[in-house]
Write a protein that binds this ligand. Structure first.
Ligand code: SF4
Length: 436
């Protein structure tokens, strides 16, 4: 049996796409190797959100070729879309294809296997294409507790720093009936938590005349027996109206955790990023979520430092705003010019040593606020969905609270895929610990 190794970089949409291609590989007779690094085929699903992401992608490609110079090396994703030539020039790469071609993954495999055909189970080609576009990624390996459903792809917002609309294309929404069918399939497989995924979730339906919106998806999935928890992977603040918070808060399966990328806590910078919201609007959104859900709602975010023209005063505003909101976790990025985006041509690019020092300062603040959030939860009881993974020194079982804190517990394996009421007792730099 041939083996394949899958390497995924970047966001949850990429993770979802990889999962779909993984299923196609399995149907084509490949054994997926996770632990061993040697394989007959490498599929590298890249990201291009920063220069560092491009570099990481090139390193992963070269590493795969070094591990097995005779392997088929297939490269896809956003970096493949933005700089196909750079990848094609790496000796040893077999095929490069973009995001929009992922739906044709079977065709690429067919071409590769033309000389040495594998045993392929008969399946209808159109069905594969549709599945590859929007598969949930349910597999039979192990007891999975959480599944992603991609409900839309692409983005038409064109924030001035962002390459995504160029590499993922304009907004396309998946029909609600398909999403619901996928959710039923997930529920039937015993998975209890669904993470609704997309590039720009709040804009769902914009391309189809808004006959359905993201809240309609939530309401539909909420009605499915067996699904106990629903989350968004990430939702942009400019497409998170109060009516959405209101409709969500009427659905108890919607978890009180929201990843809402703020990008900057300075209104000057947000304007130049063309983000179409202000810090005041963002603060209102968070306040509204705390009122409607619970004060314990977990708000995580992405924040960028060193955007062109970001002054010391702008950066200070950002730090103060982050502290004021009290995020439960920060993902800090240094601005990196992406060719073809407006911001790459802006004057006043911030020197690298300044953005590096701002990044350190923001990361330190991030550590402080997430630690203080974790500490504020100690002594409380939270519902935790227990997962299979074992972590920490004592290899305890891990799981996530409703507000998305990772908790380690001493519970038997029979607790896997159960929602337990756990008392949070202590925390360290990495984990929270709990008892039932
Ligand atoms: S909303 Fe802005 S940052 Fe998000 S994917 Fe679209 S263009 Fe990029």
């Amino acid at each position: 049996m041939k083996t394949a190794k899958l390497i995924t970089m970047g966001c949850k949409v990429n993770q979802y796409d990889t999962q779909s291609m993984r299923e196609t590989l399995v149907r084509n007779g490949y054994a997926i190797v996770d632990e061993t690094k040697y394989a007959d085929l490498y599929l590298i699903n890249t990201c291009t959100v920063t220069n560092a992401a491009d570099q990481k992608a090139r390193q992963a490609i070269r590493k795969a070729i070094r591990l097995n110079p005779n392997a088929e090396v297939l490269v896809t994703g956003c970096y493949a879309e933005s700089d196909r030539k750079a990848i094609e020039q790496i000796p040893g790469v077999s095929v490069v294809f973009g995001n929009r071609e992922k739906a044709d993954f079977q065709t690429y495999l067919d071409k590769l296997n033309a000389d040495a055909p594998l045993q392929i189970q008969p399946i209808q080609h159109d069905a594969i294409r549709e599945h590859a576009r929007f598969s949930s990624g349910v597999s039979n390996a192990g007891q999975r507790t959480r599944a992603l459903i991609k409900v839309q792809d692409g983005c038409s917002a064109f924030c001035t720093y962002c390459i995504i609309p160029y590499v993922r294309g304009r907004m396309t929404s998946r029909p609600l009936s398909d999403i619901a069918n996928e959710a039923y399939r997930i529920a039937n497989s015993g998975i209890k938590e669904i993470v609704i995924t997309g590039v720009h979730l709040g804009a769902y339906g914009q391309d189809t005349g808004r006959d359905k919106d993201i809240a309609d998806i939530l309401e539909k999935i909420h009605g499915i027996d067996g699904i106990e928890r629903i989350r968004f992977s990430s939702i942009e603040p400019m497409y998170f109206p109060d009516i959405l918070s209101e409709r969500m808060s009427a659905l108890p399966k919607c978890m009180p955790h929201f990843h809402i990328p703020i990008q900057s806590g300075s209104d000057n910078v947000l304007r130049r990023m063309r983000r179409r919201y202000t810090t005041a609007r963002f603060a209102h959104l968070v306040e509204n979520l705390r009122d409607r859900f619970t004060d314990d709602v977990g708000i995580t975010t992405d924040i960028m430092v060193g955007f062109p023209g970001e002054t010391d005063a702008d950066f200070k505003d950002s730090l103060e705003f982050v502290e004021k909101i009290g995020f439960s976790q920060l993902h800090v990025f240094r601005y990196s010019p992406r060719k073809g985006t407006p911001a790459a041509t802006y004057p006043n690019q911030v020197p690298s040593e300044i953005s590096a020092s701002r990044s350190r300062e923001m990361l330190n603040l991030g550590k402080e606020i997430s630690e203080s959030f974790r500490k504020s939860m100690l002594g409380k009881n939270k519902n935790v969905l227990v997962e299979e993974s074992r972590e920490g020194k004592n290899k305890q079982l891990a799981g996530f609270t409703d507000n998305y804190l990772r908790v380690l517990m001493d519970v038997p394996d029979s607790a896997i895929n159960q929602v337990l009421n756990v008392k949070l007792t202590s925390s360290d730099n990495e984990f929270i610990y709990g008892i039932c």
